[in-house]
Design a protein around this ligand. Sequence first.
Ligand code: NAD
Ligand code: 0WE
Length: 268
Amino acid sequence: MGFLTGKKALVLGIANQKSIAFGIAQAMKNQGADLILTYQNERLKKRIDQCAEALKVDRVFPCEVTEEAQLDRLFQYIHTTWDSFDILIHSIGFAPADELKGDFLESSTREGFQIAQDISTYSLIALCQKAKPYLNHNGSVITLTYLGAERIIPHYNVMGLAKASLEAGVRYLAGSLGAEGIRVNAISAGPIRTLAASGIKHFRKMLQYSEQFSPLGRNVSTEEVGNVAAFLGSDLASGITGQTLYVDAGFNISSLPLYNFKTSNEES
Ligand code: NAD
Ligand code: 0WE
């Protein structure tokens, strides 16, 4: 018996087996949760089918989060298959590629800003509005964020603003849904090589920096993020809401690269 036995979880944001949402689905499945997965569009259908097979999940449903009608259809489907559910995973973020290269001031556009906010941030609010009638007491909403919300990360640019408003949104949503016994939290993950990271210039260098600066001296995996999401989705986390939890090997507390200050008797 896992700590999510009897819980029903809706997971949005799997593109392939490298997706953070896949790590989350896997961890939740391992703890006994029943899952429904969504995919953005037909282009990703084959991949999600492979993921569903690997997870032994037999329910997948399309959901493009910018389409109001698709959100309505999704919750109609949730209602007919489950009646109600317990956990909502939002693992979605997007900005036009041109916003994520070069200097922030020079690269930002009104349209890019609006798209990043709409897909990365507003979608969580829309999902919570539509999910509320079907979310059980002791329910849990979890989204994914990144340190670029609070610190300058080269090229993260307009996504940093989207994540900042996502994190503020988590606090307001926690306020709105607290009365229903529903918790809302964010996981701030360290850099992981996923599809969303694949086109990013200098990503390898960022992985190297985070390895060198973080107390644990390494990067994190989607499994590690998944395990924390499973905890947050469970009743073990019943007293936690409105928070951003870091799953980044401690990178966010670092200053100088510890790695460069090792003395010989510390070397292993
Ligand atoms: P990913 O590419 O595997 O997942 C991103 C998902 O967003 C994809 O499944 C994509 O289909 C979905 N998506 C984008 N636009 C959408 C839309 N309009 N409608 C529906 N779905 C849409 O990459 P990932 O790294 O697993 O990203 C998941 C989340 O984790 C994102 O919020 C990202 O910002 C966050 N995050 C990633 C990292 C990292 O380094 N990879 C670190 C911290 C946080
Ligand atoms: O949130 C993210 C990924 C965000 C993302 C990535 C893309 C690439 C493809 C949003 N939109 C797009 N649009 C595309 O067209 N991360 C935390 C991963 C990430 O992205 C970065 C990073 C890190 C880390 C971008 C620049 C610098 C660091």
